[in-house]
Design a protein around this ligand. Sequence first.
Ligand SMILES: [Zn+2]
Length: 497
Amino acid sequence: MSVHINPDPTLQNNLMSFGWECTIPNSLILGIQNKNISEIENNADIIGISGITSVSECFNRFYSGKLLEIRGEGMLPFFVTPEHPVLVMNNIQQNNKTVIGDIPFWCKAENLLEKHSHKTGHSLIIPRNKLFIDISLLDLQIFRKGPKGRMSATEFPLNENTAWILGLYTAEGSPNDVGIQFSLHKKEIFLINKIKEISKKELKHSVYLRTKENCTIANISSKILSRAFPFWCGKGAKNKKIPDFVLFNKDEKILKSFIDGYFLGDGCITISKGTKNRSAVTTSKILALQLQLSFARMGIFSHVYLSKKAGIEKILGRYCKTNNKYSILINLNLKRTFIKITDSFIIVPIRKIKKVDYFGNVYNIKTNDNTYLLSNAVVHNCDKGWHPLIQELIDELNKLPDEIEVLQVKEKYAGLRFYVSGASEKAYKIISLYENYSYHICEYCGKFWTAKERVNHGWYKTLCDKHTKKWLDGTLYESKWKKFWRLLFYKLTGKYR
Ligand SMILES: [Zn+2]
């Protein structure tokens, strides 16, 4: 073997592509919008292995067959089709010792192995977020309603103090007619005083207190904040979230402060089986997954699990509908040897793989760094078409005596780009030959007969006639099911819809 692939998986564009049926519609995709995969649109900003990346295409199609439900230790499960590539690390049992690999690689879901004690298996990979938002002032003008109305501040300073308030709000706060309020126990004097102090110093607002029985409500009167806080931190317990400008802020202290505020509200310290745990419970899946990523960023592994399923519950004599409850738990003094933390990743063993029957649409997306996260585990994005071409190129290069390192493989302006180091002149000739071939191979289906470069609104693609027409119609990635109904409609009415 003379061709080595650069271990950075973000650079291995089309190298491992198997097809595009992938995951179930309600798989939550974290990012700026935090939507289910079925609601994701082109250009959405989502989290991939390299940090924030954007979605360039969305696919869905009908699928009937097996799905795999995969769950890592302390992670929520996710569902993929058997051929979907998941980024993993080897987790090898050697002389009563577990050796976790250093280089991540792509593995088809159907080839994944559960990791149990005394057995070899695979580990999933949680990325430790790369950060990009450098912001210390937030504009409040957009939350102003109408030109009138007194406005005491036009900007919201983002610092450790205000991040703490945002964190506490995410746990205990809600908007009301005149501002935002925090419901606290009247004995929580420390919290009450801190809210007062920060509000006065940073927000130039005084805090009004109302005590009823054991509960003290602290009110910050500001109509603008009553619109800004729910917009930033989510409205209603089920939709609570960490604002993007906190989660991805370059200044880690801001995120840390937010989490401190949040845990003072929703969290507690528990002792179980002699170990000290810091935990919190939320009905927001977005928040639970974001917290796991936030701790990962700080180099801490946190467990996230469904602690209570949604259902009907009798509360104070009445039957009420309850939401899913997620727990986030950090073990404070147990050393976890089965988890490996590197500068870039948290490596977590797969504990359960289950086959389930599925009948319905499945979804996939193409992203700029070729990855996205399912329940915080890195999976490959969707791609097809040039895969056999690239495989053949690698096979050709392998016949040479050269020691070649592949640095990056990608598509640019409708053509394949294959960047290497250590290649001889002969190898470069082969590479440029295959790069030229790519301009004559449909990147959707891999056929070459009518394939050529196409342009549409500044986008370049190499497609065959059939797929160009579909591309221009916007039906290139239409599902079989949708196509069936469209054709049936045509048959019945004689009209195309
Ligand atoms: Zn085609």
